[in-house]
Design a binder for this molecule. Structure first.
Ligand SMILES: Cc1cc2nc3c(=O)[nH]c(=O)nc-3n(C[C@H](O)[C@H](O)[C@H](O)COP(=O)(O)OP(=O)(O)OC[C@H]3O[C@@H](n4cnc5c(N)ncnc54)[C@H](O)[C@@H]3O)c2cc1C
Length: 239
């Protein structure tokens, strides 16, 4: 490794590796440091990705790392814990106590999906607990789909999933009451609405089979769309 790199890329997911390819092709010396926790790791396949449709996430990242290395860049596993600005660039510190100097930093550390506080969601995240109709919707087409309302975009999410299945139920859960217009729009497309708080999931043979309400009622569902909060990963502390 050279004494001082042109660029250290913090985070080797899709964004970081893409940036690293562009930088290495511009003949910059580049090191990608990645803690290997990409956001889509729970998913079995990458969708809507022209040329690599359906590839497992790990395969996509392995190919990206190979492309970076093919242009002379370096990729290493590790976690950056600090970056200190200096007159000539940055000192980047890793969790293992090592450090590297770089003229520039590219911070591509991604975000964390904070799921609604319902027991069981995290265990099924990326499988039959979903968020994105474009990433996973086709895979649950024509299934019994639930949408867990936790905010004002829930009716929109229900309408998007209605494009994929005629059997969509909106669970009002903790969201505000529907407006008359929202009720009319949901009714027009045959989207059922269920009131009451959702307290859990019913799972049968390792597949979602129902949504459990506080009343004890179980509404049969094969997939549940949720709206996670997108929270930036703890920023790399700089000084
Ligand atoms: C379940 C699920 C399925 C999805 N499916 C699709 C899909 O099919 N198609 C699609 O287009 N999009 C999909 N997405 C969205 C897609 O995953 C994101 O848009 C994409 O991962 C964003 O890439 P990124 O590089 O910004 O962040 P990330 O993929 O999160 O990568 C960030 C990287 O930085 C690393 N990192 C973080 N902090 C540090 C640190 N301090 N030091 C070193 N490394 C660090 C992490 O370990 C990680 O490897 C899906 C998302 C989810 C949650």
């Amino acid at each position: 490794m050279v004494d001082r790199l042109d660029v250290v890329v913090v985070g080797g997911g899709a964004a970081g590796l893409s940036g690293a390819v562009a930088l290495t092709r511009s003949r910059r010396s580049v090191l990608v440091i990645d803690s290997e926790e990409p956001r889509n790791a729970p998913a079995g396949h990458v969708r809507n990705y022209l040329g690599r449709e359906g590839a497992p996430p790990a395969e996509l990242y392995a190919a990206g790392r190979a492309e970076v290395r093919g242009y002379g860049g370096e990729v290493m596993a590790g976690r950056v814990v600090a970056a200190t600005a200096r007159a000539d660039g940055f000192m980047v510190e890793l969790e293992d106590g090592s450090g590297v100097r770089a003229r520039r930093l590219l911070v591509t550390t991604g975000l964390v999906d904070e799921l609604p506080d319902v027991p069981g969601l995290a265990q099924r995240w990326g499988r039959d607990v979903l968020h994105c109709p474009y990433c996973h919707g086709y895979e649950v087409r024509d299934q019994a789909i639930g949408v867990l309302a936790t905010g004002p975009m829930a009716t929109h999410q229900a309408q998007l999933f209605r494009q994929l299945s005629a059997d969509v139920t909106l669970f009002l859960h903790t969201a505000a009451a529907l407006t008359p217009t929202e009720t009319d729009e949901l009714t027009a497309r045959g989207i059922a609405v269920v009131g009451g708080e959702v307290t859990g999931l019913e799972v049968t043979d390792d597949r979602l089979s129902g949504v459990v309400l506080r009343s004890g009622e179980v509404v049969a569902r094969q997939a549940l769309a949720v709206a996670p909060l997108f929270t930036a990963r703890a920023a790399v502390p700089t000084s």
